[in-house]
Design a protein around this ligand. Structure first.
Ligand code: C2E
Ligand code: CA
Ligand code: CA
Length: 717
C-alpha cells in the first residue's frame, strides 16, 4: 500500500516532468506561433491595403485635376470662343458659352476670364456673370500669382492645374490659354474641395467616408492622405474609413483558430489521459514483475515452510565461508536432524509436524548470530553454517545448547510434544575445504550421533569415514548375497528348560559367510541391513527357514527375531501370516522376538500388530529385556507371552550388587502377569543356579550351546 502511494507520487512527478511539461511547452509554442502569425499576417495585410489606398487617393486627386483641365480644354481649344474673343465679344454669347456652359456641364462654380494684359474680362459664379467682376482678396492674390500669370512658350505648358488654398478653403484651380487674334487670353476655373468634389473622388477611389480637414487628420482615423500643391504647400488632409482586410481575415479565421485550439487542447488532454493510464499500468506491471521476480528469487533460495535458506543458498553460503576459511581459522558446519520426527507427523498429523518444524527453525535462528546461516535441507534436516566459529569449546557448547533447547517441550495445538535432535559437526579446514566433502563428513558424524543413541552431537573423525566406507561396501555385498542367499545361513541356538537338560525351543540366528571377510557378526550386518531396508527380504527368508525347521522338529518351538524396521513396515502382520501359511507351519509353534524399541516408537501401531499376531496364534517374546528404555510399565500395556532377560543382566549376576534381587523381582512380576521368563547369555553354572533360584523358566547361553547349524541341532534334540 505504502509502496503504491510512493510509486504514484514518484510516478506523477516523473510524468509531469517528462510528458506534461513538454506537451504544454509544445502547445504554448504552437498557439503563440499561430497567434503571432495571425496577428502579423493581418497587420501586414492591413498596411499593404493602407499603402494601396494611399496610392489610390493620390491617383484620384491627379486624375480629378487632369479631368478638370480636360473640361477646361473643351473651351480653350474651341475655335468659336477664340474668334469671339478676337473681336469685341458678345457678352451674352460669352456668358452662355463660357461660365454658363462650364457650370451647366461640369459644375465649375467659379470661372474667370483674363485678357492678354491680365485684366479680368469676366467672372462667373455658378454660371452667372458677376457684374462688377469682384473677387475676394485671397483669389485676387492668386490671380496675380505666378500659377495664373505665367506665360509658357511650350504648347503643353499652356494649360496647368493645381490645388490651391483660397482663404480658408482649398480648391482645384485650372488655367488654360486661349490663343486669339487679340492675344493670349486665359480662362481660370476653380472648383472647391466641397462635399460634391469629395463624393466624386470617393466614387473614383472606392474609399468610403472621405473627409477633408485643413489642419490635421481627425485623431480617430488612421488612414489619411496629405494633400500638397505642386509647389509643395501642405494644403490639408483627406482621411477615410480604412478598409482593413487583415481585420476581416482575423474576424474570419479567428473563430476557426479558436475552435482548432480548443480541439487540439482536448485531443492533447485525451492523449495525456491515455498515456497516463497506460504508462501507470505499465509501470505498475513492471513493479509487479519486479516484485514477483524478487519473490521467485526468494522462493528459489528459501524454504517455503520456514523461510530459512534452502539447500541452494546454504551451499552458496558454505562455499563463501570455505573460501574465507583458506585465509582464516576454522569454519564450522553443524548438521542437525530431529529425532523421531516421523512419529510426530504420523501421530499428530502433518500440520503439527509443520508447526513443529517452524518452531524448531525459530529456536535455532534465535541461538545463532546474524552472520551465521541456519538452513533447512528438507524434512527434519537442518544445517547451521558458522563462518567464524571461534574455539572448538564454543562450538561444542553451542551444540549442547541446541540439544537442550530443542528438547524443551513444544506446545502445538494444545498438545505438549517432545522431539530430540542429533547433531553432526565438521570443522573446516581440518576436515577439508570442499563443500561437498564437508557435508558428507557432517552426514557421517550425524549418523554416528544417531547411531549412538540420539540426542547428542558427534564431531567428525576419520575413523567414522572408514567405518562408513566399509559399511557401504558391506551393504553392497549383502545386496549381492541376497540375490541367491549365497553365504547366508540360519543357525539355531537352543533354549533349555530350567534344569538345562531338555531343549524346549530354538532361536533362529542369521549367519553370513562373507566371501572376503569371512564370517561377519549379525551385530555388524543387521544394522546395515536395517538402514538399507535389506532387512525385510532377509527377515522373511529367515522366517521361511524357521518355519521349515519347526515342521521338521515338531517337539520344539522356533523363535525368530523381527527387526523394528521390519515390524514397522505397513502390512507386516499379513505378510508374516502369509509366509507361515505358505510354508505350512503352525503359528502356535512360532515365536516372534521383538525389542522394546518397537513399542516405544509407535505405541498404538505396535500394540495393534502384536494383538493381531497373537490372534493368529503366534507367541510374542520381548527381547533384550532390561536394556534401553525398558520399564515394567510397558509390560502391562503390551500383551506379550514371554520376556527374555538381556544377557547383560545375566552376566552381572554375582558381579554387581543387587543384580540377583533385580532379576528376582523381574521374574516375579513376569510371573504375576502370566509370562514365561527366559534368561539369555547363560555361560556359567553359577549363573544357571542363580537364575533357577530366581524362578526363571528357560535358559539360553553358551553354557548349553552356541548357535549351530540345523544338522547339529538335530543330533541334540
Ligand atoms: P539376540 O536376539 O539377543 O540374539 C542373541 C545373541 O546372543 C546371539 O548373537 C547369540 O549368539 C548370543 N549369545 C547366546 N548365548 C550367549 C552367551 O552365553 N554369551 C554371549 N556372550 N552371547 C550369547 P548373534 O547371533 O551374534 O546375534 C546378535 C543379534 O543379531 C541378535 O541378538 C539379534 O538381535 C540379531 N539377529 C541375529 N539373527 C537375526 C535375524 O535373523 N533377524 C533379526 N532381525 N535379527 C537377528
Ligand atoms: Ca533374540
Ligand atoms: Ca536378546
Amino acid at each position: 500500500m505504502i509502496n503504491s502511494i510512493k510509486l504514484s507520487a514518484g510516478f506523477r512527478r516523473t510524468f509531469v516532468r517528462e510528458v506534461i511539461l513538454p506537451l504544454l511547452a509544445i502547445l504554448l509554442l504552437t498557439f503563440a506561433g499561430a497567434g503571432v502569425g495571425l496577428y502579423w499576417g493581418s497587420a501586414v495585410t492591413n498596411s499593404g491595403a493602407r499603402e494601396q489606398q494611399q496610392r489610390m487617393i493620390e491617383a484620384s486627386f491627379t486624375q480629378s485635376l487632369n479631368e478638370h483641365l480636360r473640361q477646361l480644354r473643351s473651351l480653350t481649344r474651341w475655335t468659336p470662343l477664340a474668334e469671339q474673343l478676337s473681336a469685341t465679344p458678345d457678352r451674352e454669347w460669352l456668358d452662355r458659352n463660357t461660365g454658363g456652359w462650364l457650370y451647366e456641364m461640369f459644375r465649375h462654380p467659379l470661372v474667370v476670364l483674363l485678357d492678354d494684359s491680365d485684366r479680368r474680362v469676366a467672372v462667373w459664379r455658378n454660371g452667372q456673370s458677376v457684374a462688377d467682376r469682384h473677387v475676394d482678396p485671397a483669389l485676387e492674390r492668386l490671380l496675380q500669382g505666378p500659377l495664373v500669370r505665367r506665360r509658357a512658350e511650350a504648347a503643353d505648358a499652356r494649360e496647368r492645374a493645381d490645388f490651391v488654398r483660397i482663404g480658408q478653403r482649398v480648391a482645384a484651380l485650372a488655367v488654360g490659354e486661349i490663343a486669339s487674334a487679340a492675344g493670349r487670353w486665359r480662362l481660370v476655373s476653380i472648383t472647391f474641395l466641397d462635399d460634391g468634389y469629395l463624393r466624386s473622388l470617393s466614387e473614383r477611389s472606392q474609399l468610403r467616408q472621405l473627409l477633408f480637414s485643413a489642419d490635421a487628420p481627425p485623431s480617430d482615423r488612421q488612414s489619411w492622405y496629405a494633400l500638397t500643391s505642386r509647389q509643395g504647400d501642405r494644403l490639408g488632409y483627406v482621411s477615410w474609413d480604412a478598409d482593413k482586410p487583415g481585420g476581416q481575415m482575423l474576424h474570419t479565421l479567428g473563430p476557426f483558430t479558436l475552435l482548432s485550439v480548443a480541439l487540439i487542447t482536448l485531443l492533447c488532454l485525451f492523449m495525456v489521459r491515455r498515456i497516463w493510464t497506460s504508462s501507470l499500468s505499465l509501470s505498475q506491471s513492471l513493479l509487479k514483475l519486479e516484485a514477483s521476480e524478487a519473490q521467485a528469487q526468494h522462493l528459489a533460495f528459501h524454504d517455503v515452510l520456514t523461510g530459512l535458506p534452502n539447500r541452494a543458498l546454504v551451499d552458496d553460503r558454505l562455499t563463501q565461508a570455505l573460501a574465507a576459511a583458506v585465509r582464516h581459522d576454522q569454519r564450522v558446519a553443524l548438521l542437525l536432524d530431529l529425532d523421531r520426527f516421523k512419529n510426530i507427523n504420523d501421530t499428530y498429523g502433518h500440520h503439527a509436524g509443520d508447526a513443529l518444524i517452524i518452531e524448531v527453525a525459530r529456536r535455532l535462528s534465535e541461538m545463532v548470530r546474524a552472520s551465521d546461516t541456519v538452513g533447512r535441507l528438507g524434512g527434519d534436516e537442518f544445517i547451521i553454517v558458522l563462518p567464524d566459529a571461534g574455539t572448538l569449546d564454543a562450538v561444542q557448547a553451542l551444540a549442547k545448547r541446541i540439544i537442550s533447547r530443542l528438547s524443551e517441550p513444544y506446545l502445538l495445538a494444545e498438545n505438549e510434544l517432545w522431539v530430540g535432535v542429533s547433531i553432526g559437526l565438521t570443522l573446516a579446514p581440518a576436515d577439508g575445504l570442499d563443500r561437498q566433502e564437508l557435508m558428507r563428513k557432517a552426514d557421517i558424524a550425524l549418523y554416528e550421533a544417531k547411531n549412538n543413541g540420539r540426542g547428542q552431537y558427534r564431531q567428525f573423525e576419520q575413523a567414522m569415514d572408514e567405518s562408513l566406507r566399509s559399511r557401504q561396501q558391506m551393504a553392497a555385498d549383502l545386496r549381492q548375497a541376497l540375490v541367491n542367499f549365497a553365504g547366508l545361513a540360519v543357525w539355531y541356538q537352543p533354549l533349555m528348560e530350567i534344569s538345562g537338560q531338555r531343549v524346549v525351543g530354538l532361536e533362529a540366528l542369521l549367519r553370513w559367510q562373507h566371501p572376503v571377510r569371512g564370517s561377519v557378526s549379525p551385530a555388524d550386518f543387521i544394522a546395515i541391513a536395517e538402514e538399507t531396508g535389506l532387512i525385510i527380504p532377509l527377515g522373511e527368508w529367515v522366517l521361511r527357514e524357521a518355519c521349515r525347521t519347526a515342521i521338521a522338529l515338531p517337539q520344539v518351538i522356533v523363535a525368530v527375531n523381527v527387526s523394528p524396521v521390519q515390524f514397522r513396515t505397513a502390512g507386516v502382520v499379513d505378510r508374516i501370516i502369509e509366509i507361515v501359511q505358505q510354508e505350512g507351519a503352525d503359528p502356535q509353534r512360532m515365536e516372534l522376538e521383538i525389542t522394546e524399541g518397537v513399542l516405544i516408537e509407535d505405541e498404538h501401531a505396535a500394540r495393534d500388530s502384536i494383538v493381531a499376531l497373537r490372534a493368529a496364534g503366534f507367541r510374542i517374546a520381548l527381547d533384550d529385556f532390561g536394556t534401553g528404555y525398558s520399564s515394567l510399565n510397558y509390560l502391562s500395556s503390551f500383551p506379550v507371552d514371554k520376556i527374555k532377560i538381556d544377557r547383560s543382566f545375566t552376566q552381572s549376576l554375582g558381579v554387581a550388587q543387587n543384580s540377583a534381587a533385580i532379576v528376582e523381582s523381574v521374574v516375579r512380576l513376569g510371573h504375576a502377569m502370566g509370562l514365561t521368563v527366559t534368561a539369555e547369555g547363560v555361560e556359567t553354572e553359577c549363573q544357571k543356579n542363580a537364575l533357577a533360584d530366581a524362578g526363571c523358566n528357560q535358559l539360553q547361553g553358551y553354557l548349553f550351546s552356541q548357535a549351530v547349524p540345523l544338522s547339529e541341532i538335530l543330533k541334540m534334540v
